[in-house]
Design a protein around this ligand. Structure first.
Ligand code: XCC
Ligand code: SF4
Length: 654
């Protein structure tokens, strides 16, 4: 790749990312004349009309462009108004995001079915307790039944998540009654995901649904079919097959690569291939092969979401989030980059070519031009994994590139789940959410925030995540995390109990008593559904209202970029959570569609959307919402008393 700009002309690496390892690799890439996403993102000037969702290309009478500064002046050739155009664009984003998670969930369900049928032999049911709990949660009677019988019934029932053409999606039963009633009243209760996504695509065709209010109902149904559908199926069945995580110390950042080992990175979203790789790297045959070529062993590490799952379940080291997947190749130390689906930048393959890294795709749904494709088959995992390892070892043996591995490694505690939160705060014998609710009611914990989602080269990598989470915990808000955001905070050193002093006095006291970090890592993006279940459990534990919308909670994706993030955001909003997005939002302020999203939905009994760029401003918006909910619940005064108590005690102590 040609060197296009001298280093002087380029923006400083410190402005592109706060991750020091990524800074070091970006510097090296520039020196090597290789262009990374972090620089492409800076150079790309996004289309100002598209950025505000003021264009439509749903038919070839257009594409039609509306002036975002004067949105009601013109309509499209077909007559579509700006509200129709924005609603349809958002609808298709949500449909794509929901489709991704449902496709993932359906694959996991097929794997589960294969295990039950005995056709898949390399995986098994690992967590029978969780199997029974999940089955019971949707009304399956498990008493006196064999494991296989329960599994079959659960599998048949969950199949409906995808294939139902009427009725209600099975996991919606796990939402609070009042939340379910709202969905029924509004006509947004999801049926089957395939139907909802198909209907969403059809309704957004030219000349179909042209009322943004009516479109919103199907958008909501399509998003709920993600959170209470495919994503939840993926998380729950993965726990049943591969084990429910519990807190595990794991290492994060590029320093987990080892110069004297064969380094294999797995980057993607479905855990099956990664689980297969983990089995293969522990095979003594390959360890001996690697040693015969002069390596000390094979080092398997993860990136992005399947990496976050493997870290939670097995403590597998994690090399970095979405913003570092090209940069890490620049180390020269990656012998194989093995990918499956979602969030794999095509640029990773181009960078891999520059550094002689084996770039291997494994999923028939996601090939990349120029990459080697070695297909992963659930029925015969070793066929793929062994070929991958053979290639990786061969690349190690013929390494030609100079190697430079950043030193940064941070230890953190990962692998929290809604089950573990219950146990951690309630104890083995009286496991319940009541202690969490009590601490919220008495005000030590002001509220709970979910901070999740991607990194985006439009903003300095990790910086908004870290500043936002620090501000939230300082204000006694307990933070739950998933995905690339969790990795950002892990790199910043906040996923350890020792971070408790960074929290406000109330939250710090709870963390110190329990021995937990003020920031709890829950895993990958499909594991956002753990937050939905935790919120439902908080409602049923009592004292905090009747629906998720009553809870003093808020959500945020401060550096979001993907359509999946929009689908997740909308299922949180319509499950009752105030959800703020950073970076920007594809809608125009002052339009009817925007007002519906950012205000009207709340009046209908849901949560609502918010948008801001500055982390402190985002934190203040979330805290103001939490305080509003505390006031509505009548628990605002308790917090003032508790905090006075604590400062009194502190003064006495000093
Ligand atoms: Fe992708 Fe899931 Fe976003 Fe990260 S957080 S960039 S969606 S890998 Ni899920
Ligand atoms: Fe233009 Fe309407 Fe066609 Fe969209 S559907 S491109 S607004 S004519």
């Amino acid at each position: 790749m040609a060197k296009e700009k001298s280093e002087k002309q380029m923006v400083s690496v410190e402005d592109r990312t706060m991750c020091e390892a990524t800074q070091q690799m970006l510097t090296k890439a520039r020196r090597d004349g290789v262009i990374l996403d972090l620089d492409r993102g800076y150079d790309m000037k996004p289309c100002p009309i598209g950025a505000e969702s003021a264009c439509c290309k749903h038919c070839y009478m257009g594409p039609c462009r509306i002036n975002p500064r004067d949105p009601y002046k013109k309509v499209g050739v077909c007559g579509a108004t700006i509200d129709t155009i924005m609603a349809r664009n958002f609808a298709r984003n949500v449909a794509a995001g929901s489709a991704s998670h449902n496709d993932h969930g359906r694959h996991i369900l097929e794997l589960f079915r294969g295990i039950i049928d005995g056709k898949i032999k390399d995986f098994s049911i690992d967590d029978v307790q969780k199997l029974e709990n999940v089955a019971k949660s949707i009304g399956i009677d498990v008493e006196g039944k064999e494991v296989k019988e329960v599994a079959t019934e659960l599998c048949d029932e969950l199949e409906k998540t995808f294939s139902n053409v009427d009725g209600e999606m099975p996991f919606t039963k796990r939402a609070p009654k009042a939340t379910q009633e709202l969905w029924r009243k509004e006509g947004v209760m999801p049926r089957g995901a395939m139907l909802e996504i198909m209907e969403m695509m059809s309704r957004t065709h030219i000349g179909c649904d042209q009322d943004y209010n009516n479109l919103m109902k199907q958008i909501t149904r399509t998003a709920l079919a993600d959170g209470w559908g495919g994503s939840m199926v993926a998380t729950e069945l993965s726990d049943i097959m591969f084990g429910t995580p519990s807190p595990t110390v794991a290492e994060v950042n590029m320093g987990v690569l080892k110069e004297d080992h064969v380094n294999v990175i797995v980057h993607g979203h479905e855990p099956a291939m990664f689980e297969g790789m983990l089995a293969a790297v522990n095979d003594s045959f390959f360890i001996e092969e690697a040693k015969a070529k002069g390596a000390k062993g094979i080092n398997l590490v993860g990136m992005c979401c399947s990496g976050a799952e493997m870290m939670s379940r097995h403590g597998v080291p994690h090399a970095g989030n979405f913003g570092s997947t090209e940069a890490i190749i620049v180390t020269g130390a990656v012998d194989a980059m093995v990918v499956d689906i979602q969030c794999i930048k095509q640029g990773v393959a181009a960078v891999a070519k520059c550094y002689d890294t084996c770039m291997i795709t494994t999923n028939p749904r996601a090939k990349i031009e120029g990459a080697t494709h070695i297909e992963f088959d659930d029925h015969d995992p070793r066929k793929c994994t062994d070929e991958v390892l053979t290639k990786a070892i061969a690349r190690y043996a013929t390494r030609k590139m100079p190697i430079e591995i950043p030193k940064q490694v941070q230890k953190g505690v990962h692998g929290f789940t809604h089950e573990y939160i219950e146990y951690m705060l309630g104890g083995t014998f009286r496991g319940s959410y009541s202690p969490l609710n009590d601490n919220i009611i008495n005000g030590r914990i002001r509220g709970v925030a979910g901070v999740v989602g991607c990194t985006n080269p439009k903003v300095k990598q990790d910086s908004v995540h870290v500043a936002l989470v620090k501000e939230l915990i300082k204000n006694d808000v307990l933070v739950l995390q998933t995905g690339c955001s969790q990795i950002a905070l892990a790199k910043a050193g906040l996923l350890v109990p020792e971070a408790a002093p960074l929290a406000g006095p109330g939250l710090a006291e709870v963390c110190e008593t329990v021995g937990m970090p003020p920031v709890l890592g829950l895993g990958s993006c499909v594991d956002n559904t753990r937050i939905l279940i935790a919120a439902s459990a908080m409602v049923s534990a009592g004292g905090l209202g009747n629906s998720i919308a009553d809870l003093p909670v808020a959500g945020c994706a401060p550096e979001w970029m993907s359509e999946k993030a929009l689908a997740i955001g909308h299922y949180f909003v319509t499950s009752g959570v105030y959800t703020v997005f950073g970076v920007g939002f594809p809608s125009i302020k002052g339009t009817k569609f925007h007002d519906l999203m950012f205000d009207g939905l709340e009046k209908q009994g849901y949560g609502k959307w918010g948008v801001a760029k500055d982390p402190i401003e985002i934190a203040q918006m979330m805290i103001a919402h939490i305080d509003k909910k505390r006031k509505q619940l009548g628990i605002d005064k308790a917090r003032e008393r508790t905090l006075v108590d604590m400062s009194d005690r502190r003064e006495l102590a000093s």
